[in-house]
Design a protein around this ligand. Structure first.
Ligand code: PLP
Length: 434
């Protein structure tokens, strides 16, 4: 069919696409005879022939707030302190190793569970930092970012009707994945202002139906970290109930003020029921590579891998090999990361001295919450959008991470300080001008 014959829009690519569909005689045609079943938004004359209605499994889920705010930042050319990624590159030695492998023929499928050298580098690191001997062959699996690992871990254990405890504000990928398995999330708000877990509430909500508790430490978006009292409370509950633990530890190397990261790997009795998930993207300033891993006891790893092989099968070879070399030769990178980001946190907060914001310094992650209640009574979502458009500074509203927004603190925005000092200084200037 000639492109010009279409009554509406005549983008060459779209018309080509439709033409192929029409030859295949797939259902759905517009008045002009164009087959538009697969892209009705391109054709106002669309009339479905077969009435197939897709009932969404996630009817309440829209586009993530991170994409929304980053999109808005790009549209308004705003400084983007919303989405959690650095505006500086990964270490040169790491980029060199990946380039080396990519240009020397290491471009075919690696093993499904990840390359040997990387799995063993992870188990060495876990032994070094947390004193745990995990087997690189049976307990470490390389994943497509932490996101895939979270998916596989949840899918491995949650069955229809199971309950999963999450703490609000909760990272936004947990609840949809639980819902896809037919499970139910039980949301417990962290106690403001320091966003600690209220273990009395947890004890009250844990039951025989509780299949999984998701612990995120250091915590996005609040920057809170779990302490020994949290571990003791979790242990006590674990002695009485048969739940698994999903430990989202993607910010494991970003903990401040001399505090230790309390990985589930440190505690054999908790580790035996845990999936511990981390992300190379966060640690090496390469979030776009989307490579992470899951450490779990052999029986849990086996189940995890059963799912991983059909979600992603494996993760790209040159990046895995490059990461392995870098981990083995530059352990100082992750050891120095707390100082690197603490300096950034302090620099950013230094820029805010004299502003009308209030805050508690972030205890971990590369996020800082700022309370704007002295400046505006507006709702956080509205204000984050308004400031992106008008002040050219993007942030993330915290209330979107709550199932019940009435439990959310009223006036908190999250700012990512994984940015060059010049960007942080400019952001400080804008915020101080208010
Ligand atoms: C708490 C938390 N978990 C998981 C992820 C996903 O990590 P990745 O990019 O490695 O998939 C993020 C990314 O922002 C995060 O903040």
């Amino acid at each position: 069919m000639a492109e010009a014959a279409h009554p509406n829009r005549a983008e060459a690519l779209i018309s080509k696409y439709f033409d192929i569909k029409s030859q295949l005689q797939l259902p759905g045609a517009c008045a002009s005879g164009w087959v538009c079943q697969y892209s009705p938004r391109f054709c106002s004359g669309y009339k479905p022939i077969v009435s197939l209605r897709l009932d969404s499994k996630l009817p309440d889920v829209g586009t993530t707030i991170f994409s929304v705010m980053s999109g808005l930042a790009a549209q308004h050319q705003a400084l983007n302190l919303s989405q959690g990624y650095p505006d500086f590159d990964g270490p040169e030695a790491l980029l060199d190793r990946v380039t080396h492998y990519m240009t020397h023929g290491f471009n075919q499928y690696p093993p499904m569970i990840g390359v040997d050298s990387l799995r063993h580098a992870v188990s060495d690191k876990v032994a070094d930092l947390y004193g745990a001997q995990v087997d690189g062959d049976t307990e470490v699996t390389i994943s497509a970012g932490a996101t895939e690992a979270l998916f596989c871990a949840i899918a491995a254990v949650v069955r229809p009707g199971d309950e999963v405890i999450v703490f609000d504000p909760a990272y936004d990928s947990y609840a949809p994945v639980v819902a896809l398995q037919g499970g139910h999330t039980i949301h417990i708000p962290l106690s403001a202002p320091d966003f600690q877990i209220d273990w009395n509430q947890v004890a009250a909500k844990v039951s025989d139906k509780t299949r999984l508790i998701i612990i995120n430490t250091p915590h996005n978006p609040t920057g809170a970290v779990c302490g020994e009292a949290d571990i003791a409370a979790l242990r006590e509950l674990a002695q009485k109930h048969n739940f698994y633990i999903l430990a989202d530890e993607v910010y494991e190397h970003i903990v401040f003020d001399g505090q230790a990261h309390l990985s589930m790997c440190r505690y054999p009795d908790l580790y035996e029921r845990s999936f511990v998930v981390s992300s190379f993207g966060k640690t090496y300033h390469v979030t776009g590579w989307k490579v992470g891993y899951c450490v779990a006891p052999p029986d849990l790893s086996a189940e995890f891998r059963r799912i991983h092989q059909f979600v992603n099968f494996t993760v790209n070879t040159p990046v895995q090999l490059g990461l392995a070399d870098f981990l083995n030769t530059h352990p100082q990178h992750h050891r120095q990361l707390p100082d690197f980001y603490q300096r950034k946190r302090d620099y950013f907060l230094g820029q805010l001295q004299g502003s009308k914001f209030t805050w508690q310094p972030s205890a971990g992650t590369y996020f800082q919450l700022l309370d704007y209640s002295a400046l505006s009574a507006a709702q956080d979502v509205e204000l984050a959008k308004r400031w992106t458009e008008q002040l050219k500074l993007a942030s993330i509203p915290v209330s979107v991470f709550y199932e019940d927004r009435s439990c959310a603190p009223k006036s908190l925005l999250r700012f990512c300080f994984a940015k060059d000092d010049a960007t942080l200084a400019r952001a400080g200037e804008i915020l101080c001008s208010l």
